[in-house]
Design a protein around this ligand. Structure first.
Ligand code: NI
Length: 228
């Protein structure tokens, strides 16, 4: 399931992040420091050092926005969120086809996180750079995402994906992973659809007994499929 979430960040939050990131100087390091053996040969970008002060400041802005975003919560069903990271691609940089590593160590406390959902939060306006599309492959083919600054795309961490080379300008983004309460993408997708249907019924004069039954089924499926 691929879900685009508009306006995760307000324009002023995007501007605040960009001013912190654009002034981060030495905190920008070669992106290959966190790449595995599969990703390193095809990865060409820069990342903010995860241990830097600027990383922590920027992470707080993103995490508090995600914690309050109902679409993110409904689609990702987050259990553990990896501390968000920040990257940029200048001209000629890109990241070839790869699958994200299945387990990551939290740089803060060393705890393990299973990557179920990958997330990219765009921090550059799409007209400010050429190339730099996030392309995600699923059983229906290849899908492209190049969203407005402040918008986020969620996709299964099991997918092959790439960032096409930037040919003009700079693409700045935030990315992270979610260990979901529900490991499997098909189950998460069904719960997301059901939650959306329930939210729509909440807006209507729908039969309250039927609605209550659906809410019960939603929670019982989450209990059945979920792990914490
Ligand atoms: Ni990736």
């Amino acid at each position: 399931m691929l879900v685009c979430i508009p306006q995760v960040l307000t324009p002023s939050q995007v501007a605040q992040l960009r001013s912190l990131l654009d002034a981060a100087g030495d905190a920008w390091v070669d992106g290959r420091v966190t790449a595995g053996y599969q990703g390193a040969p095809v990865k060409s970008n820069q990342q903010i050092n995860e241990q830097s002060k600027v990383a922590h400041e920027c992470q707080q802005i993103v995490v508090s926005a995600l914690e309050r975003n109902p679409t993110f919560i409904s689609a990702a069903l987050p259990n553990v969120l990896y501390p968000p990271m920040f990257n940029r691609y200048g001209e000629g940089m890109g990241f070839g086809l790869h699958v994200d590593g299945s387990v990551r160590l939290n740089p803060r406390n060393g705890s393990k996180l299973r990557t179920d959902v990958s997330a990219t939060l765009f921090l550059s306006e799409p007209g400010s750079y050429d190339g730099g599309e996030l392309q995600i492959e699923d059983s229906y083919g290849m899908h492209s995402a190049k969203l407005a600054a402040g918008d986020m795309v969620l996709y299964p961490a099991t997918s092959l994906h790439q960032v096409t080379p930037v040919t003009r300008g700079v693409r700045v983004a935030c990315f992270t992973w979610v260990q979901s309460l529900v490991r499997g993408d098909p189950e998460r997708a069904m719960l997301y659809d059901m939650d959306n249907a329930i939210q729509r019924l909440n807006q209507t004069e729908a039969d309250s007994v039927a609605r209550r039954t659906l809410v019960g089924v939603y929670h019982n499926l989450l209990r059945k499929w979920g792990d914490t």
